[in-house]
Design a protein around this ligand. Structure first.
Ligand SMILES: CC(C)(COP(=O)(O)OP(=O)(O)OC[C@H]1O[C@@H](n2cnc3c(N)ncnc32)[C@H](O)[C@@H]1OP(=O)(O)O)[C@@H](O)C(=O)NCCC(=O)NCCS
Length: 185
């Protein structure tokens, strides 16, 4: 299967399908009435950031995964004193293609281009799944756990504006911050 998958640099023409893939899997707790808003928000964000992304496409040229690492930042949303760093933007692989090494490959490819600052990854996961979704992928990519922000981070930061439980004391999701420091200067 993996031999039919190509990993390429994202281009402007990929923005809509990238936005759809992100909307399908992230920040969409209660998407029924709000999917248009989420899609528009993702498109606007990707218009500025698409050039940071690597994407995976299948033999028909359809987008099946994406990963991006952003520009250097001095501040972070997590109250951590880590100085200048970069952030992993999104990592998503479409369901039928998950668990075949594509997420790991995309993230490793993006990391290959980073030679200056540590890279932070905000890992999300539902408590019912036992840990953040990406913990095994992060271990394979040499990330270390930096901070466990527990189950109140997303609620306190109103992360998912569309979550049905946002105002109801929802603690259904974990947030853990991982760091990658093995870049070669
Ligand atoms: C997390 C995600 C990007 C991983 O991509 P992937 O291509 O499936 O990852 P890989 O095949 O490289 O898998 C790496 C390891 O992670 C594990 N894994 C993959 N998806 C997982 C999930 N949803 N929950 C728990 N473990 C998962 C795999 O089992 C694999 O370990 P193994 O091969 O030793 O069993 C993908 O599952 C996804 O897009 N999920 C939905 C969006 C998401 O949660 N993104 C991360 C937000 S922080």
């Amino acid at each position: 299967m993996l031999q039919n998958i190509r990993i390429i640099q994202a281009e402007k023409s990929h923005i809509i399908s990238m936005a759809k893939l992100i909307a399908k899997y992230l920040g969409t707790c209660n998407i029924q009435s709000s999917d248009e808003d989420i899609l528009s928000r993702n498109i606007a964000e990707l218009n500025d950031t698409f050039h940071f992304y690597q994407i995976a496409i299948d033999e028909k040229g359809c987008l099946i995964g994406l990963c991006g690492i952003g520009k250097p930042q001095n501040n972070n949303d997590y109250g951590l004193n880590i100085g200048t760093h970069r952030d992993v933007l999104y990592v998503v692989v479409d369901k039928p293609f998950q668990r075949q090494g594509i997420g790991t490959k995309l993230l490793k490819n993006c990391l290959k281009n980073i030679h200056d600052y540590p890279v932070l990854y905000e890992a999300w996961g539902e408590i019912k799944n036992g840990d953040v979704n990406s913990h095994q992928m992060l271990a394979k990519c040499s990330f270390d756990l930096l901070a466990d922000l527990g189950t109140s981070f997303y609620k306190n930061h109103g992360y998912c504006a569309y979550c049905v439980n946002k105002d109801n004391n929802c603690h259904a999701c974990y947030c853990k911050i991982y760091i990658y420091k093995r870049f070669n200067v």
